[in-house]
Design a protein around this ligand. Structure first.
Ligand SMILES: [Mg+2]
Length: 181
């Protein structure tokens, strides 16, 4: 199975930045070209799988039900533009819960591969933070860092680990992936 793992905030939708979490659908705002990027993956036969930390649930800031509502609405909007996300895996723990699924750990990716079996060494993980790059590395995936969220190219010297590739946004990363076949 050909799979691409995506982080959510800062990749598909605008990073909530100062607000920390997207706690309601009203605050979920698609990044430019993100829907087209998901479409392009689907058209090329990839399974699109979200891997996202949502500790705001564990902190009691919003409920699992709210999170599911946001996910449903995101899916509806993606479907309107001809794409979809095939699997969604959230870690809702807080960092102090010391779970195995919260990125930079690879637990969520491993969970996802049970439903979406793939060769991790050939699978891309696209995220906007070094934490995503670390999770990708932990899992043995190819890491792509994009600059529509928390990171900037000028911060490169501070990165704890270097991504395999960097692109300006999700669409550019996807063009690279589908061009690679
Ligand atoms: Mg993110």
């Amino acid at each position: 199975m050909r799979v691409v793992f995506l982080d959510r905030d800062g990749v598909i939708n605008k990073d909530p930045a100062g607000k920390m979490y997207v706690t309601k659908w009203k605050d979920f705002s698609f990044l430019p070209r993100a829907k087209r990027a998901v479409c392009l993956l689907c058209k090329n036969g990839f399974k699109v799988v979200l891997i996202s930390n949502q500790a705001g649930v564990g902190k009691g800031l919003f409920s699992k039900k709210k999170l599911a509502f946001i996910t449903d609405n995101m899916q509806k909007a993606l479907k309107k533009s001809g794409g979809r996300v095939h699997g969604v895996f959230y870690c809702t723990h807080r960092s102090e819960d010391d779970c195995n699924c919260r990125k930079p750990k690879a637990g969520l990716i491993h969970m996802a591969t049970k439903r979406f079996p793939c060769d991790l060494t050939k699978t891309y993980f696209i995220g906007d933070t070094i934490r995503d790059v670390m999770a990708a590395r932990q899992a043995g995936c190819r890491s792509i860092l994009i600059f529509t969220g928390k990171e900037k190219p000028s911060n490169k010297k501070n990165w704890e680990t270097q991504p395999k590739h960097t692109f300006s946004d999700l669409y550019e990363a996807v063009e690279f992936i589908v061009g690679k076949k």
